[in-house]
Design a protein around this ligand. Sequence first.
Ligand code: PEP
Ligand code: MG
Length: 753
Amino acid sequence: MLTQLRNIVQSVAASADLHQALQTLVQQTCVAMHTECCSVYLANPEQASFDLMATQGLDPAAQVSLSFGEGLVGLVGERAEPINLAHAREHPAFKPFPATGEDAFQSFLGTPIIYRKTVLGVLVVQQHQPRQFDESEESFLVTLAAQLAVVFAHADAKGGWLNASQSPVLLEGVPASPGVGIANAWCDDSQPRLEDVAPASCLHVQKELDRLDAALDDASVEFRRLRKRFDKELQKEALAIFDLFVHLLNDPMLREDMTLRIQQGDEAAWAVRQTVETFSSRFAAMDDPYLKARAADVKELGQRLLYFLSEASSNHQPISSPIVLLARELTAGMLASIPRALLAGVVAEEGAANSHAAILARALGIPAVMGVSFSAPRLHNKSVILDGHKGLLMIEPAAPLLKEYQQLVQAEVSLQSTLDTALASPGKSQDGTRIQIHLNAGLSADSSIAINQGVDGVGLFRTEVPFLMQRRFPSEDEQVKQYRAILASYPDKPVVMRTLDIGGDKPLPYLSVDEDNPFLGWRGIRFTLDHPDIFLIQVRAMLRASLGLDNLKLLLPMISGVNELLEAKALIARAFEEVRQEAQLAGEVLAKPLLGIMVEVPSVLYQLDGIAQEVDFLSVGTNDLTQYLLAVDRNNARVANIFDALHPSVLHALSLIATTSDRHQLPVSVCGELAGDPVGAALLVGLGYRQLSMNTRNVAKIKYLLSRLSLPRLQKQTEQMLSLSEPGQVRTQMEGFLAEQGLDALVQIGRMR
Ligand code: PEP
Ligand code: MG
């Protein structure tokens, strides 16, 4: 059964057009189910009808269209569940269509094709014999319909099938970074992937060799250019990669191998794939872990070479004017390699509003929409409007719409300059209560480190990037340099540095860990406690970096209980003692950093009293707290609509943390994305939080917002919010409240769901 199912779905998915897909579907289903008739009806929302699109068994020339709710097919659609009848004609909803020749059939099994709560169509099998289809037949059809739904929805979004006549004009996704981007679309993944390159031979060997040479030269020039740029921008971590690529490109063995393959008749891309795979498996087989890790570099180089090869044969021009980047999966490297001024927005097929790439896009102020299915070749170079507030991508917009959006961009620019007036003054509510505003930094080697303006310090420095961007663990000295630069940027302010939080959606490229549930797996403190070597080096580096500056605070991610905390504390004490003694020899005094944990794993909520005895502060990670409390993958576009940091359960958890910290007089801050969201920030302050940490882009906005809110009124409003049970109500009512305070425009531009 499973094989048959898979075969049908694969044949349907591989079809060139809707007609072929549906024809394949009905024919193969008849064979698989040993039935005489199979038909598929698709929903036509404009006519509110189900139209017969393909059939095996009925007269294909018959035009059948049933209004929603009409006939057995309409009933299946309306009830959104299968109907299985031995005597179809006796059912009160039966509607005869003699022209189809269906008189011959007695039994009927219809099942809806549903994608994300929408009925896309109805799949029907019929038989001469008056008998009910058995359970296994019914479950086969239901499974088939569920799998087809995904294929149909995907094909539809890619502009190919259900809307075969017209290209899509509007694609919807998850709002991931606010703002509007107007530019031409640039499809990053219009290029083939290395693993997709199929064996191919060439007719003109010399022409192919020239193509390879041109690609190698272009790649060399590009890597040198990027190297220079990163050098200028002091992104030392990125330099190493490009140095290595240049080095590999000049490796005569690599070149010779590719050349030889082409001389033997292979097409250039196929030669690249084979050479790259041979070399990378050689590296992978080595014992030395450093050399082993080079396997990934060689593959990445191959991918980039392939890009230059197809660049040479495609009509892609180098990026010289602003673009909206469309990618399958957005990475930090991708965002870093396109100058900010040329990046009007980003759209990704994978990811959601709280994936790290989305957080990075927000930190860089790049409008972003995630979870959008698109057809790269169809969209490349088309003019688009990206609406990061609503999560929309509009393709080839008409002039009036374009004008409207251009006006919106202008309005946003002028609103931002109003908000910027709040930047210099300290964060305070309208009635003068001080709210500390800290910065989240470190997710990219971005400029936020340099902005020591208008903030009370760094509330969260994520240390993963140097680990992710290099091709090995950074050395202690390299880390010291990096951390020192940040601590020195805030000489008189606290800087909270978090120990390594890799895993989840931040896997290390050189440490492949294959896990079914990486967010529930070897992540954060779990990884570093299993690798005390890495943890000790990092903590030592942080401590050494803090010598003489004394502004370091240490933060531990993903703590799920007191045990982990005590284990980490013992290692920190060891690192501290080592660095203290070294410092003493050099005549320096090492200050003891304050220690805190991220409150982001729900188990900690019930151990706060014990934890309070062991730490100096808490920092609430609402991104993960929401993910784990609601059991919603923060990175999965399919469930993005139920990832809601304003869910009443999350609010109650936040309230519990605030009151417990207060009872223990333990400083507590919030560093998740909620703190930079106007509604979220207002609620957090209403709940009693007095320290919020956010990305640079949100600082002015949140300060402005708080300065216009009276604390007693806000507290009253927040209390009411705690009594709500519907997730959506909290946002709606809070937005209403903020609008009453004259803050509606700000809510519009700042909305982050
Ligand atoms: C969080 O989980 O809220 C958080 C701030 O950490 P990260 O987003 O890096 O997981
Ligand atoms: Mg987290």
